[in-house]
Design a protein around this ligand. Sequence first.
Ligand SMILES: *[C@@H]1O[C@H](CO)[C@@H](O)[C@H](O)[C@H]1NC(C)=O
Ligand SMILES: *[C@@H]1O[C@H](CO)[C@@H](O)[C@H](O)[C@H]1NC(C)=O
Length: 167
Amino acid sequence: MHSFGYRANALFTFAVTILGFMCALASFTDSFNSPSPSVQVQVLKVNWFQKQPNGNDEVSMTLNISADLQSLFTWNTKQVFVFLAAEYVTPKHVLNQISLWDAIIQEKENAKFTITTSNKYRFIDQGSNLRGKEFNLTLHWHVMPKTGKMLADKVVLPGYRLPAEYR
Ligand SMILES: *[C@@H]1O[C@H](CO)[C@@H](O)[C@H](O)[C@H]1NC(C)=O
Ligand SMILES: *[C@@H]1O[C@H](CO)[C@@H](O)[C@H](O)[C@H]1NC(C)=O
């Protein structure tokens, strides 16, 4: 006859093995999900556009962000972190990336949304490079799973341009 301790231990080992198997299965089936998010962003308005006393350009915009990220959600998804970045080139840097807005989405039902907002974070260029500047708006996402690896991807929306003059 086995002692109680031995049986408890065996049961525990079995439970842990099953749990490990479930986790592996969860992240494995997850890798078959090929998401197809859709994103549209309009710059509704340039609220103001100035050169600061320190010489840096700053712009404030009103954005209309419309996205359907529901396909990122599987039963293994804990939450999705999204951020919208303005990306542009300057003589000094190949890539300038400025986060304008972000959100954490915890429910699939909330992953389809339209919001009108001014940029949550300041759009400042370390220099005065923004007049007439072409930029991309890129929606980046990080999918944080309940178990397994984090996935990151993005959608690039090219072809935006800042006004040629301060206002
Ligand atoms: C925001 O974008 C959505 C989808 O493109 C559109 O239906 C809606 O009318 C826009 N809202 C504004 C205020 O322009
Ligand atoms: C903006 O997007 C276009 C098209 O995807 C790409 O060729 C270009 O390199 C992007 N610019 C930046 C600064 O990422």
